[in-house]
Design a protein. Structure first.
Length: 494
């Protein structure tokens, strides 16, 4: 039926409509377009989904999905750590929506809280009135955040939260110190402001971006000190605590402690991007807590929505927020977002935070995440020609594979090394494809270093889930690079 509907040409408004006599009001029936219902959407075939995706969403993305074999999967349901596809196959999710699923899929407590909220006809958009839900979520985040990180702005995405973070810092510092220092291989979002601080020529493209910025190597305190010495206009340092898109990169505790001291000495504000690394993923609620320091402003998103809502938050020190927006005539300069404090999203986040503490999920991230890292390191020792490095902490781990030439016999490495940059990401892609195709395991990749597989499973992951993943990965790697490549080529031909 849906294919028949799609084959019809679009209905448009008539060229002319009846004109009312003076003083007479005429109601003209409007044509109804052919719309797909919720139940029809649920029943769509892969063929239909593909057609709509390519025609109306992102045909370029479909190319990569097809390359990896992801285009063959239609997800019918998801629970805990598993997707279930159209064939009843259960797929272990070690991708976790780039870290958006701290509680896994459809956590029962979150589902129940949302069901009850809807049944009671609770209010959603409370722009004109005080919202108990937005107020409660803000209070909870202030209670969790260390130091005087007490003032909260609620949004819907990581980019939105980071925009708010940079703006509140700039408002505090004033136009004379509005320049932002950021790091190489950073990823802070794709909206125009924070895109300027996202270190990617591909993402930045031909956009006209802000130029009040300064880039330094990540984790290099000396480079930051030199930049501050040479440019008094730098008033903001913006860094991911753990770089996600850069390939799961950490800096040592000494860097963060030195940064805090340097910022205090120079009157510079430190903005910590915790969109990916926050909300318990590293084993502490904020990754910066591992280093015994507190930033001036931070941002959360991803898992804050409990896997069921789009929720993000900027949290600033009270002094900074009040100087920026604390007066009646400045309160609405970056005031409430229309959907940032929407009721159901807020209660979803409230329940998700309570589940995290009630079920000791941050402790689980430390324990099981440490176990997973050790198992990956064991495989790195077993397959040194394939695995280059294992890094990260908690359930934010990076598995870096060797450049393609390094996997080959010594005699041909020099000849193949000239192709390494072009082939970057090939091996990790082949392995990710094999994990899904042959072992029902889903993993993801990082934006900049394509040799890195990004592992961000839910915080409810158990050792049994890790064992399932490690067994699958071991089986793929055991075949060696020739079999990995050959199997991939066969899958493309099939």
């Amino acid at each position: 039926m849906l294919l028949k509907l799609r084959s019809k040409p679009k209905e448009t408004m008539p060229v002319s409509a009846p004109v009312a006599d003076q003083g007479e009001e005429v109601t003209t029936p409007l044509p109804r377009p052919q719309l797909i219902s919720v139940e029809e959407a649920k029943a769509m075939s892969l063929e239909e989904i593909t057609e709509h995706f390519k025609a109306h969403l992102n045909p370029g993305q479909y190319h990569f999905m097809k390359l990896l074999g992801f285009h063959k999967v239609k997800i019918e349901s998801a629970k805990g750590l598993y997707y279930k596809d159209q064939n009843g196959r259960e797929i272990l999710d070690f991708f976790g929506g780039f870290g958006s699923l701290s509680l896994g899929h459809n956590h029962p407590r979150v589902i129940e809280a949302r069901r009850k909220f809807g049944e009671e006809d609770r209010h959603e958009i409370a722009m004109a009135f005080l919202s108990q839900y937005a107020s409660a979520l803000a209070k909870n985040l202030a209670a969790i955040a260390p130091g005087d990180l007490d003032m909260v702005f609620l949004g819907s995405s990581g980019s939105e939260a980071m925009e708010a973070a940079i703006k509140v810092a700039e408002r505090y510092q004033g136009p004379e110190r509005a320049k932002v220092l950021y790091a190489e291989n950073s990823f802070h979002g794709k909206t125009k402001g924070v895109l300027s601080l996202t270190d990617s020529e591909l993402y930045q493209g031909q956009f006209k971006l802000i130029d009040d910025k300064c880039k330094v190597p990540f984790g290099n305190l000396d480079a930051i000190r030199v930049a501050l010495d040479n440019d008094p206009e730098i008033g903001i340092v913006c860094l991911e605590t753990i770089q996600g898109g850069g390939g799961i990169i950490e800096a040592p505790a000494s860097f963060w402690q030195g940064l805090r001291k340097l910022c205090d000495e120079r009157g510079v504000l430190w903005v910590a991007d915790e969109v990916q690394s926050g909300t318990g993923r590293s084993g502490r609620f904020f990754a910066f807590e591992h280093y015994g320091v507190v930033p001036d402003v931070t941002a959360l998103a991803k898992s804050l929505g409990g896997g069921k809502s789009a929720m993000a938050a900027m949290i600033a020190r009270t002094e900074i927020y009040m100087k920026a927006y604390g007066k009646p005539n400045t309160a609405l300069i970056h005031g409430p977002a229309t959907f940032g404090g929407i009721g159901e999203a807020c209660i979803t986040a409230i329940e998700a935070l309570n589940v995290m503490y009630d079920d000791n999920l941050m402790e689980n991230a430390q324990d099981v995440g440490g176990y997973m890292k050790a198992e990956l390191q064991r495989l790195a020792e077993k397959y040194p020609k394939l695995i280059k490095d294992v890094r990260g902490r908690g359930f934010m781990l990076g598995l870096e594979f060797q450049d393609f030439s390094k996997t080959m016999p010594m005699a041909v490495r020099p000849m193949l090394s000239v192709l390494d940059e072009k082939l970057k990401g090939s091996l990790s892609g082949f392995i990710g494809s094999a994990l899904l195709r042959d072992h029902n395991v889903l993993v993801a990749f990082t934006e900049y270093n394509r040799n890195v597989v990004r592992l961000q499973p839910p915080l409810i992951t158990t050792r049994e889930h890790v064992d399932q993943f490690i067994t699958a990965l071991d089986a793929v790697l055991a075949g060696g690079v020739i079999k990995i490549v050959t199997d991939f080529v066969k899958s493309q031909a099939g």
